[in-house]
Design a protein around this ligand. Structure first.
Ligand code: C5P
Length: 286
């Protein structure tokens, strides 16, 4: 039986700004996104079963169409007028779930790219990103990957010069956040501090890693409930103490990451934080 395998990379938000609520209930965003090497392994094969099925090393993940990976396959097959019956998707999850790292969106993007190749559908990356938009706001970026500015709902993408290669320590604190709830908190509070997105884009263009790290900013950090904000601040402090050039929360959290130009510092932070938070990872930018 033929099996096709793809890596689905985690993403970070180097900046995240919420510009306002839209008539469709979504929000206009302005984010600088970055892929890292930490990946899920996504495999696809055809079986004789009816329907579409998702298996995973994490038992609590949905196995049907409410898993973004299955939703992506259905959207793509529907667009192409193909039959998805018998499609079996296996996710070997390494990216923490519900963590602000785009794991589910990245799995969905990997399925779009894999099915497109497998069934020789011939969609361009841009067309796959448009199909991905129906699955989730971060899916278009995950189809593209690398360093990019994402605007609108997250679907208007402008590739940027690659972030200078560096080490990244990711640490997921114990609490979980609800994305719609956090957007609701943003709506009810006045945003006073915003990321310097233009400055971030200039730093990327100049290949200035320190300048990038200095400008990392996520408006969602400012609307976290007090105890959660405390945990995020402590992790950021630990990362900086170990030598991170900058530290920030990714997406709607709760994962916090730090950028390092030295493996020694990155490894020191990983060892220290892993004792407190088992979901701590050392990875690199791609
Ligand atoms: O598009 P996705 O399903 O990933 O979005 C999850 C939730 O995040 C939405 O239901 C919405 O509450 C919020 N969201 C938003 N504006 C965006 C992206 C997401 O309000 N641009």
């Amino acid at each position: 039986m033929e099996t096709i395998v793809r890596q689905a990379r985690a993403k970070l938000n180097l900046t995240l700004d919420v510009l306002g609520r839209r008539a469709d209930g979504y929000h206009d965003l302005c984010m600088v996104m970055q892929s890292v090497a930490l990946s899920d392994r996504v495999s696809l094969c055809r079986t004789g079963r009816r329907g579409i099925h998702v298996g995973s090393n994490l038992e609590f993940l949905p196995s049907g169409r409410n898993n973004l990976a299955a939703a992506a396959a259905v959207c793509l097959c529907e667009a192409a007028g193909m039959d998805w019956n018998g499609l079996e998707i296996t996710l070997e999850k390494h990216i923490p779930v519900c963590a602000g790292l785009g794991g589910g969106s990245s799995d969905a993007a990997a399925v779009l790219l894999a099915v497109n190749d497998w069934l020789e559908l011939g969609y361009s990356q841009k067309e796959l990103a448009q199909i991905g938009e129906r699955v989730g706001s971060d899916v278009p970026y995950c189809v593209l990957g690398g360093t990019a500015l994402a605007e609108g709902r997250g679907e208007r993408l402008t590739p940027q010069p690659a972030l200078p290669w560096c080490f990244v320590v990711l640490c997921k604190p114990h609490f979980s956040v609800s994305t719609p709830e956090l957007f609701g908190r943003i709506d009810s509070m006045k945003t006073t501090c915003r990321p310097d997105t233009e400055g971030m884009l200039r730093a990327l263009k100049a290949g200035d890693l320190q300048g990038v790290a200095r400008r990392m900013y996520n408006v969602f950090e400012d609307v976290l409930p007090r105890n959660q904000a405390g945990a995020v601040a402590e992790i950021k402090n630990s990362l900086i103490q170990a030598g991170a050039l900058g530290a920030c929360m990714s997406g709607t959290g709760p994962t916090v990451f730090g950028l390092f130009d030295s493996l020694t510092g990155a490894w020191q932070a990983t060892r220290y934080l892993r004792e407190l938070y088992p979901e701590t990872f050392l990875t690199v930018t791609v």
